[in-house]
Design a protein around this ligand. Structure first.
Ligand code: 5RP
Length: 261
């Protein structure tokens, strides 16, 4: 199996594993959505079994809820958990201040609620997702289905007044039908190319009637765990201003060994 993983997938794997190992017994953990988060959920499931780790997992999508249950994590709702010790999730882009674009997997609404209700948010990503300025990845906006075309027009008018390079928007589709989120909404992807002021744009977009939430995460992420295809992992903490780098092998053990057939 290891031979089949691309360098990007290996990078996601090591980042996910490193972050999952930050979780301690008894914690209430927000479980992100996406391919990197899937690795993290699997690792937590392994730890729950091997170490008899008693954690409560709050998933950010039906997809993650299903996987978490399959791997034996005790799944509870956010309201049952009340508040979370940590949320670990992926991202589509991140910048030097750990601002994020999220929602490529369509789960941005629950992801933002869960991350905001956590003592700390740890993002896991491959190194290719780091950018100087956010915006190359289309920015997802969750909108309610009622009057979505009007909402789109209003968003485009707002974009004309913002510090962005592009202003085109697209309704996310699955085949011939609009994509529907776990909350029954649609997603508009904004092709902005470059976002000059992420904080301003995040605030202004949420003022448009019909917009439920946008995929900009500003001042939410505390730590980022960046994986590389050779197994290196970098952990940056925005509050402490620290960066640690783990080399590919720990105690001579191959980090990818458990992926082998
Ligand atoms: C889902 C997300 C994901 O975290 C983001 O799309 C990254 O996905 P992946 O880990 O598959 O690259 O925001 O809504």
């Amino acid at each position: 199996m290891i031979g089949e993983l691309s360098p990007i997938d290996k990078a996601k794997y090591v980042a996910a594993r490193r972050a999952a190992d930050m979780v301690q017994d008894g914690m209430r953990v927000g479980l992100g959505t996406g391919s990197t988060a899937d690795w993290m959920v699997r690792r937590l499931g392994e730890r729950a079994q091997q170490e008899d780790l008693k954690i409560k997992g709050v998933p950010t999508s039906t997809r993650t809820a299903q996987l978490a249950r399959e791997v034996g994590i005790n799944v509870v709702s956010l309201d049952q958990a009340g508040w979370l010790d940590i949320t670990i999730d992926g991202a589509d882009e991140f910048d030097g201040e750990l601002n994020l674009i999220k929602g490529g997997g369509g789960a941005l609404l629950q992801e933002k609620i869960v991350a905001t209700a956590s003592d700390q948010m740890v993002v896991i990503a491959d190194a290719g997702k780091e950018v100087e300025t956010l915006g190359a990845f289309p920015l997802p906006i969750e909108v309610i289905p009622f009057g979505w075309q009007t909402t789109r027009t209003l968003i485009e008018e707002v974009l004309d007044t913002m510090d962005v390079l592009g202003t085109s928007t697209a309704l996310r589709m699955i085949g011939q039908a609009p994509y529907v989120t776990d909350e029954g909404n649609h997603i508009l992807d904004l092709h902005l190319q470059r976002i000059g002021n992420v904080r301003q744009l995040a605030l202004v977009l949420n003022q448009v009637p019909g917009v439920v939430e946008n995929g900009l995460f500003v001042d939410i992420c505390d730590q980022i765990v960046i994986g590389y295809g050779d197994g290196r992992v970098e952990v940056r903490d925005i509050n402490e201003g620290t960066t640690e780098v783990d080399q590919p092998t720990e105690g001579g053990e191959n980090l990818f060994a458990d992926l082998a057939d």
